[in-house]
Ligand binder design. Sequence first.
Ligand code: SAM
Length: 303
Amino acid sequence: MGLVRSSGKGWKTAATGLAVLIVIVLQLLGLGVGWPQEPTEPRLDKEFDKQEKIYRSQGADVPSGYVTNRGLSDYLDLLPSGFCDALGSRGSSDRWLDIGAGSGQAILDYYTPEDVAAPGKKCAGAGGKVRAVAMSIEDRRTDTWQQHAARLGDDRIRYLSGKRLRYYSPEEIGKFQIITDVYGGFSYTEDLSVFLETVLSLLDVDGAFYTIVQNVDLEASKDNPTKGYQTELVDAGGRGVKVCSWLKKTTCAKVVCESKSDWDSPSELINIRKVCSDVSVPRMKLLKYEAGNPPGRRFQLEP
Ligand SMILES: C[S@@+](CC[C@H](N)C(=O)[O-])C[C@H]1O[C@@H](n2cnc3c(N)ncnc32)[C@H](O)[C@@H]1O
């Protein structure tokens, strides 16, 4: 501190020059500043291109495993048990973000009046319906979405598309009390740490994130093979790390995992409550990415 104060403008200019030089040298050496924007290996680029094609696919070209129209009842089956009650306990001034919403069917179902012929859980409490935002890389809005949106207005339901979650800030889209992700960004992203960091930056303190990830080393499982999972985490020494163990190292986050080992695709249902604002997510780097629905990914925890 003394140095900065006593040395004046010349010192500051020299320090800025040195910082720029360090960044250039780090980039030349291929070391990490701004990792998501770094040049990637050609092999990974090929897989990212394939994944883009899946996102952009339309009509008969959409791969059968790429489901984009799950309704609210599917979300209730796939998300941690507290999701419906949490949504029902919120009121009309609260906000729900669904990341990787596809056609936004879950939000439409939530906003559809109760069908007497086919009653189903709507998770709508007495406080009025929360304001909902659907987010998807590609625009999968249907005519039904457009009709609902025209009737309800932008303030009640909104659809964001054209870019990934990590390119949104709280200043741009505001804060949320509930965030969901059903086979969306959490299962598809090539940068899990930045994805989670962005989710937590968009959550209010006391807000909660509900998600699911399939085919991972489950918290409840005893055996710990490091190979064969769709999403695989390893430490610096190459030893397997459970996704929930990694999540639990995040500061200001209370993580609860529900392992579903008897499902066709063994899955971890994850609930993360933000308990304070000083969030820090342990960094990981991408080792492998194979395009798919969802893709195969291998991440390594940075030391
Ligand atoms: C398989 S669909 C799931 C759609 C919906 N949740 C459902 O269950 O029907 C995957 C969705 O995740 C979105 N997605 C993937 N990665 C994303 C990211 N990083 N940010 C935002 N959306 C993402 C895709 O654009 C798509 O809308």
